[in-house]
Design a protein around this ligand. Structure first.
Ligand SMILES: *Cc1c(COP(=O)(O)O)cnc(C)c1O
Length: 427
């Protein structure tokens, strides 16, 4: 089975005349269709808000599109808060889920009116201090709504990628959550949320349903023990995408319908029928709709056969970092037989700078201007954003294939001047 790319070879070659490879290309139409499917599936709930995890694709052009589709943003740092602000997102559309947080970031989150999701019980006091007049808080006092990040410890196995919650640095223990809400109640707070994140790239909907059940049951217990009705539960991120061509995407409608059954069964009878469902998905929102377009410039035949691209792991780190699989296609050769076995590599002086190992591909022609265009799929989340400058590599730019078929550059490639910009000598 092959994966699709939105342009044919002729269109892509014409685009490369305007914007030399390598570059990321995002498909606006596909992003919007996917976003609408999610909104439709979750309209079952009285109140639903998906906050896009900004770290997955931190580009205001994309954030604005997602905001138009009704999504809020999930931020974890000051620059991410500023990106949300720049994209026209404000107030409680922003969820601030950070950890080990500096006080400056709490001040900015409060200034924007974001929902602050605390990672630890000691952060209640830290937040109060951070927002105080002495610390430079523009509007002292706790925000009207506060959420806690719950770490279920041994009550829930994390999935393979995220690991065992007992070993995870995130969140409050169960006892601390109860104590924390009681403390907030004693300080006069009236609005509360509950959050957890126990999965990463998980394609099994039932795993996410278990997380929902865990949170719903805890919400009931919190009501009994603390006398509060949560305003929302946030299931976190971690919905997977089918990187491999034989995998199936998650069925949003199944997930929403089954979650609604749990909701009706657990929350409604406990008088919690107004609880909103929040998510903070990143990967599944933009991942499949981003492509890294590169050109094959060198071929070498030693103990193995290598195809050298004009991109490197500085542009896309996932294969080197996690051994992640990314589907690769060759423009114009989508239907050619895969007669060759290649390692597809970048130019970094790191032997793990390889986009694919021993991959079956059609015969690839190489050359700086004339080589085949090689497309790396499913890089629309945690792709360009994870890039870095090791080896003096300059990260590539980002293009948006707009609804009307025209292409807009939404981030220029880095230049040597960018690289030297921080090299300032100071006494
Ligand atoms: C990374 C992250 C997300 C998004 O995860 P995806 O796997 O991209 O859905 C959501 N919430 C938090 C707190 C995160 O750290």
């Amino acid at each position: 089975m092959s994966k699709i790319f939105p342009l044919n070879k002729q269109q892509l070659e014409a685009l490369c005349e305007r914007f030399p490879t390598p570059f990321y290309l995002y498909d606006e139409n596909a992003i919007r269709i996917n976003a609408r499917e999610i909104q439709k599936a979750f309209s079952l709930f009285p109140n639903f808000c998906q906050h896009f995890a900004v770290k997955a694709l931190p580009n205001p052009a994309i954030l604005s599109i997602l905001h138009e589709e009704g999504f809020g943003m999930d931020c974890s740092s000051l620059p991410e808060l500023l990106l949300a602000e720049k994209s026209g997102v404000s107030g409680e559309e922003i969820m601030f889920t950070s950890n080990n947080t500096p006080s400056e970031e709490f001040r900015k989150a409060k200034e924007l009116g974001a929902i602050i999701n605390l990672d630890d019980i000691t952060h209640i006091e830290f937040l109060e201090k951070s927002l105080s007049k002495e610390a430079g808080g523009a509007s002292p006092g706790l925000p009207a709504i506060i959420a806690f990040r719950y770490n279920p410890g041994s009550l829930k196995m994390g999935n393979g990628i995220i690991g065992n919650p007992v070993e995870a640095k995130y969140g409050f223990t169960r006892e601390q959550i109860i104590e924390g809400y009681k403390l907030l109640v004693s300080k006069g707070l009236k609005r509360f949320g509950l959050h957890t994140m126990v999965a990463s790239n998980e394609l099994n909907a039932d795993y996410h349903l278990e997380t929902g059940k865990l949170l719903f049951e805890f919400a009931v217990e919190i009501k009994q023990k603390c006398g509060i009705e949560l305003e929302f539960v946030n299931l976190g991120g971690g919905v997977g995408i089918p990187y491999k061509p034989d995998q199936k995407p998650i069925d949003y409608h199944y997930l929403a319908q089954e979650l609604k059954k749990l909701y009706d069964h657990i929350l409604v009878p406990a008088g919690l029928g107004n609880v909103a469902i929040h998510t903070e998905w990143g990967r599944v929102i933009t991942g499949p709709y981003g492509y890294l377009v590169t050109r094959a410039i060198h071929k070498k035949e030693i103990y193995r056969n290598y195809i050298g691209l004009d991109a490197s792991m500085a542009d896309l780190m996932r294969p080197a970092l996690y051994g992640a699989y990314h589907y690769i296609s060759v423009a114009g050769k989508e239907d050619d037989p895969c007669t060759e076995t290649y390692d597809v590599v970048g130019s970094l002086c790191e032997n793990n700078d390889k986009f694919a190992l021993q991959r079956q591909l059609p015969k690839i022609e190489v050359g700086e201007k004339t080589g085949d265009l090689v497309i790396i799929h499913d890089v629309g989340a945690h792709g360009r954003a994870m890039g870095f400058n090791y080896n003096g590599k300059l990260r590539c730019g980002e293009l948006l294939l707009q609804k009307d078929g025209t292409v807009l550059q939404i981030r220029r490639p880095e230049t040597i001047d960018d690289y030297f910009a921080t090299l300032i000598k100071t006494e």
